[in-house]
Design a protein around this ligand. Sequence first.
Ligand SMILES: Cc1cc2nc3c(=O)[nH]c(=O)nc-3n(C[C@H](O)[C@H](O)[C@H](O)COP(=O)(O)OP(=O)(O)OC[C@H]3O[C@@H](n4cnc5c(N)ncnc54)[C@H](O)[C@@H]3O)c2cc1C
Length: 452
Amino acid sequence: MIYDLYDLGIIGGGPAGYSAAIRAAQKGLKVILFEKEAMGGACLNKGCIPTKTILHCTDLYKSLKKADKFGINISDCSYDYTKIFNRKNEIVEKLQKSLTKLVLSHGVEIVFAEATIKEPHKIEVDKNIYQCKNILLCTGARPMKINGLEPDGKFILTSDDILQMQEPGQNILIIGSGAIGTEWARIFSALDKTVTVIELADRLLPAADTDVSQRLERLFKKSRIKFFTGCKVESVENKTVTLSNGQTLSPDVILCAAGREPVLPKNAEIFETNGKFIKVDKNFRTNLPDVFAIGDINGTVQLAHSAVHQAIGVVDFIADKTPVHFEKDKVPSVIYGNPEIAWVGKREQDLTGTEYTVSNFPVSALGKAFADDEIDGFVKVISVDGRIAGAHIVCPEASSLIHQFALMINNKMTVDEALATVFAHPTYSEAVFESLLGLKNLSLSLPASNTK
Ligand SMILES: Cc1cc2nc3c(=O)[nH]c(=O)nc-3n(C[C@H](O)[C@H](O)[C@H](O)COP(=O)(O)OP(=O)(O)OC[C@H]3O[C@@H](n4cnc5c(N)ncnc54)[C@H](O)[C@@H]3O)c2cc1C
């Protein structure tokens, strides 16, 4: 059967797909979206939301354990992981339903089925053909397999499997210290588990500024999270793991968090790729006419907000012919846990050969940090030619603070323009203000010797 002509056919109902669907409907386009599992994609079902729901519980538990320090009496503070697990499922289910309703409310047709692109302008589902003027491929990514560590859902786990574990065990080995590995390390450590992280690169969180990586090492040590850098798994035999540094470990489970690979549609050979991911131009067009690929599938930046931003840009390009404005550097990254870590723009190690100014303000100089007992962290800012070029934060509320710098960078603000803003007291935003003052050696909260 051949169905009507749609303005836009979208394959995948994750952040890329559903945001594009809503934006396109708002622009008056006739839209159909195909989803083979559940609306919300990896973000809602296997990523951002379930992990943050668990993290909220573990952060709360961690705070309550030190209640005594704050003059609050709590005896027998303990947790019930089954309840944490069930709450996570309930929230995901609730959000799935409301997301589906939201998308339908915009007049988007949703078909729950696996779709392929037969040829440009034709999407095929169960031998039915849907004719579409434009097609958006938003099929996302899945956990990458590591050679010799085939996930079995019991001992060797992917980030999808760990979310299904009602009892994750006491001794956890995590492979990879990127966003996912670090987040789970901090979740399990907060739950009093024995955690070991191994990282192939020579430092933790290799995508971060080196100061951030170093601080994370300190935070891991403080939380008794063991880690080995420049290290990989050599072999796994009878649940005994031998590492390349000669150490042997006997974890209850191994969580593999060493990257994600694209989920390609069945006839993927029709697409040009960049190694693994779908190759796109600056307007996110693939090699096929009127077929675009956005979100994790193009591998540019594998984050939900990046997918959403690409969705808005591409739909506006299709509807209004306005070129897409997307700069990888301007996408903020957040590593959740206590304290939060976030960055945007240039890292110091990116600037070899460029003249720059850097200022690093310790959170321990803030009254607010003492009030909260959260003094381990900093706000680091880098300027090039008097303009804000990058910021790197380890601090409570870093996930929100980073947007102050994202706005500055996006608007090409000078340090003086940023300093014209009034920052409220007592807040962690004062660390943003002080870091900016530091670029001019004018910090108000550091001793004179630090401001010379
Ligand atoms: C553990 C974890 C934690 C994360 N935490 C964060 C975070 O805190 N913040 C953040 O920004 N990002 C986070 N991410 C990344 C984020 O989830 C992804 O960047 C985001 O989901 C990408 O959106 P997408 O729409 O491109 O793809 P996806 O969300 O993967 O959606 C793709 C959709 O396409 C569907 N699909 C695939 N093939 C077909 C087909 N042939 N036919 C029909 N449907 C198909 C899939 O079922 C899926 O629903 C996390 C990821 C993980 C794994």
